[in-house]
Write a protein that binds this ligand. Sequence first.
Ligand code: MSK
Length: 666
Amino acid sequence: MSKGIKSADPSAEKIIDWSMSQKIETCFDRVETMKPCPIGETGACCKMCYMGPCRLVGKNAEEEVKGICGASLPTVVARNLVRMIAGGTACHGDHGRDMVFTLEAAAKGETKDFRIKDVRKLYRIAGIIGVEFEGRPVNDVALDVAHKFIEDYGRQRGEINYIKRAPQKTQERWRKWGVIPRGVDREIAEAMDRTTMGMDSDPDSLLSHGLRTALANGWGGSMISTDVSDILFGTPSPIKAEASMGIFKENEVNIVIHGHEPSLAETIVDVASDPDLIAYAQSKGAKGINLGGLCCTSNEVLMRRGIPTAGGFTNQELAILTGLIEAMVVDVQCIMPAIVEVSKKFHTKVITTSEKARIPGAQHIQFDEHKARDIAKEIIRLAIDNFQNRKAEGSKVTQKYPVIAGFSHEYIEYMQGGRWRASFRPLNDAIMAGRIRGVAGVVGCDNPRVPATGIHKYLVIELIKNDVLVVTTGCGSQACGVAGYLTPEMALENAGPGLREICEAIGIPPILHMGACVDNTRILTVATAMAAEGGLSDEIGNMPAVGIAPEWMTEKAISIGCYFAASGVPVIFGGRPPSPIAASQEIIRIMSDVWYERFRGCLVFESDPERILSMTLEYIDKARDFLKLKKYEPGRFGTERVLMDMAARRELEKAERAAKPHIGIY
Ligand code: MSK
């Protein structure tokens, strides 16, 4: 492995240096030896049947480059992308399904270990999906809500429940273009069906179904997951915690909770303070039990319980390299099988807990929501027993940063008017007046293939300097946390004057941690509320808002990017060039120009961080112009907006129909 900066997280970088000196291999080594397949990385490899795999390369025009069956290059690129969307939707969909089953078990009284913690949220959701709640026992309402959500998975015809939650105009676009999902499972199955050999070969038709499948994630599986998690474990509100690899304690039993689903992790947090378990830890020579998180399970317990985070995806092997981890407990998604190999060099026990995510060499303790506390206690005892096996070696880091996390939709609304007058008026007004230029979601994975330039860090700081309010989720939020960017003080120091003024007035930081990957749906509902509030766009499309995934790598990220595009948000995916659609100009055109025309959103790929920044600001300013908002001028704010009469509104709609999208950079 060559020397040089590998991670933008300084504590991770220190551990990587140590691993190199010890010749312990991590993803940062493998990324250098494993070169990506140059055909597959652009989407040009078709392996849907065994006449191939066909490599669709050549100098002819792309529609003339064909596989053995005659599938063209655009067809193959589209099929590959749709399969990525299906994979991502399946992951988030299953996550949501597991949460619903837990809600169902709690409502039926089948488990004593879970209960409805946030009745207010339950009623709010019941109201949205048409479940009667007035005067009914809480568990009856919860059971009906659970059953309505279960229907969303298996429905064969009709529309998933949350479609009606979107702005009317956004729904109309979806209906017009036939992308409303019927059921989560149905869309995934159809995506697999359409993309097999001999099925759909029309790129536009394929990609439209891709959007339908992605919407089944955003307004289905993921949104269900977020809401049911809030109902069961509480809707997040700001909470202080710590971030970085320095969260582990030398004199305590360290347990890492890693993956995505909160059920087991929440239970581990509950029982870790059990006096019997603490006494047991002390009997083994430890001072106590210390929990830390990784990836999105971490985000779940960070924003609800203040459990410190060791960072995002690329930090998972590195956490073990501290030599301080007694047990790494994993649930589902984004778990590198490599952690087992690394753990063999230390005393760490890797414990898998889901049948869906087993790893050879790991110890398996199956999670069951019906006896969650017993299982959590068994895991903690196992970790305590392992404390005595801790060896002296490891790369110790002490650096850590404070973070403020937990900005849910409900809390952001509450901050703008209190419990009785909660609204999005101040935020909309600030955007209209140009104090806030726009909003950017900087989200998604971290990726060892991306040179460690700290693209998340660069973008969030530059955006807030430009008066753009930043919301962040997933490993993107971890990248901000381990850099010390998730404190109001630090972020306010860097924010532009207008953004700073508003953040101070409302009492929010300029970079808002909104949760895990599934919680990107919180951004959708915030955008919907802003549309309903009035004064900006009356749909999600045309809002001065952009989504960015600077270092994406999972299929889930592609699915998320697509549901934002279909919902009306321009989305920029960064990272290394090329892109999974780079082989086909036709697919690039559909996903940028055609999708923009239809939905006012798009998905483009751009690897240069400076270009990502300038494109983001261009999208935002273009939306401001379109809405006839006051021109953004740093430090100069207006209060009035150009009012639109009917004629102006008609002009606007005419302009919209004629609008050619704009930035075609890939
Ligand atoms: S964990 S999907 S690496 S954000 Fe949600 Fe992080 Fe991406 Fe996994």
